[in-house]
Design a protein around this ligand. Structure first.
Ligand SMILES: NC(=O)c1ccc[n+]([C@@H]2O[C@H](COP(=O)([O-])OP(=O)(O)OC[C@H]3O[C@@H](n4cnc5c(N)ncnc54)[C@H](O)[C@@H]3O)[C@@H](O)[C@H]2O)c1
Ligand SMILES: CCCCCCO
Ligand SMILES: [Zn+2]
Ligand SMILES: [Zn+2]
Length: 342
């Protein structure tokens, strides 16, 4: 079968056509993949940023149809449309799995990183952990929600920014565009979007942002935000840049919350005195639980959130990764496995 994998050196991406089609074991289901979005995390994984995984099938924004059930499966049936997500499986019994924080499970399995993901014609899922896609949600749009959507939906929840309050989203790319939409349309926040690319800011404005700021054109982004709205009640940082994280800390008002989502391999410059005197909360947020993904899908099915997706052929995956690295992608590019012919 055709698959997009990390290359043998563990530092890039290649498309292969001879990957062995898997068979479902106990508690697993075989999924015929329709679409898989390309997340910036896939680029991090392909580059070995979290440790090299040569030969791994990438992808954690997979969507497809259950074709075969392994023994013991009771929660899925043939024909169900399911997602293949970063949170692929938890242990089910640890302090995190039993307290609504299953993405933090220390025995977690992650699609497209610690186990084969959704960038292939067929993929395995752990049946009990494969979140079903609502029938009235477009599968290509569901793909983008499977990571970008659930992650930003969860991060905004973590920010605790109330309806009518200000939130600033740093990074208006794949995650950031959906963050703008969930913040505006679901949480009823007032939304500022910051990016360094005007095309992405134009899309953010069209997607509901009240204010857009180009971080390369304004000398003091945080000061500008403080002058404009008195500082935001919260910030969600999806940008792959420490500059954005440092700006975020200085752009929230006293009592504000900064939710870290983006994964630059750098450190924040954090003033301890300011953090204490202003009661700033800094929270890391990792994707979303199965329940979060169900909710994030539902807001998509309701049409409140409309992922901006472009379906592309699987063979163009290396080029898509290059475009991602150059910051050239609007919304999400989604690999189209429905068009793969044998
Ligand atoms: N925490 C999680 O659960 C989680 C989930 C998904 C993705 N991620 C991470 O989030 C990051 C973003 O993923 P994506 O798919 O949206 O990537 P993306 O490349 O689509 O978007 C990143 C955006 O950041 C912008 N940017 C770069 N420097 C900036 C700056 N100084 N100020 C403002 N914007 C800036 C880029 O122009 C781009 O629009 C990646 O590091 C990814 O690994 C984390
Ligand atoms: C450590 C990487 C976490 C990424 C979540 C899915 O993009
Ligand atoms: Zn992701
Ligand atoms: Zn666990």
């Amino acid at each position: 079968m055709k698959a997009v994998i990390v290359n043998k050196k563990g530092d890039g991406v290649e498309v292969v056509s001879d990957y062995k089609k898997p068979s479902p074991g106990y508690g697993e289901a075989l999924v015929k993949v329709e679409y898989c979005g390309v997340c910036h995390t896939d680029l991090h994984v392909a580059h070995g940023d979290f440790g090299k995984v040569p030969g791994r099938i990438l992808g954690h924004e997979g969507i497809g149809i259950v074709e075969e059930l392994g023994e013991g499966v009771t929660t899925l049936k043939i024909g169900d449309r399911v997602s293949i997500a970063w949170f692929f499986e938890g242990c089910g019994h640890c302090e995190y799995c039993t307290t609504g924080r299953e993405t933090l499970c220390r025995s977690v399995k992650n699609a497209g990183y610690t186990v084969d993901g959704g960038m292939s014609e067929y993929a395995l899922v752990t049946a009990d952990y494969a979140v079903k896609v609502p029938e009235n949600l477009d599968p290509a749009q569901a793909s983008s929600i499977t990571c970008a959507g659930v992650t930003t939906y969860k991060a905004i929840k973590e920010s605790e920014v109330a309806p009518g309050e200000w939130i600033v989203i740093y990074g208006a790319g794949g995650l950031g565009n959906l963050a703008v939409q969930y913040a505006k349309k679901v949480f009823n926040n007032k939304v500022i979007a910051v990016d360094i690319n005007n095309d992405k800011l134009k899309l953010a404005k069209e997607s509901g942002a009240d204010v857009v700021i180009n971080g390369k054109e304004i000398e003091d982004v945080a000061g500008y935000i403080v002058d404009l709205v008195g500082g935001c009640h919260g910030a969600v940082v999806t940008a792959v840049s420490k500059v954005a994280f440092n700006q975020a800390v200085n752009s929230v008002r006293a009592g504000g919350t900064v939710v870290a989502v983006g994964l630059p391999s750098e450190y924040m410059d954090l003033s301890i005195v300011k953090t204490v005197l202003d009661g700033i909360r800094i929270k890391g947020s990792l994707v979303g639980t199965r329940k979060d993904l169900e909710e994030a899908f539902e807001f998509g099915a309701m049409g409140l959130v409309v992922p901006v997706v472009e379906k592309v052929c699987v063979d163009s995956a290396p080029q898509v990764f290059e475009e991602m690295e150059k910051g050239l992608i609007q919304g999400r590019k989604v690999l189209d496995f429905t068009k793969v012919t044998n």
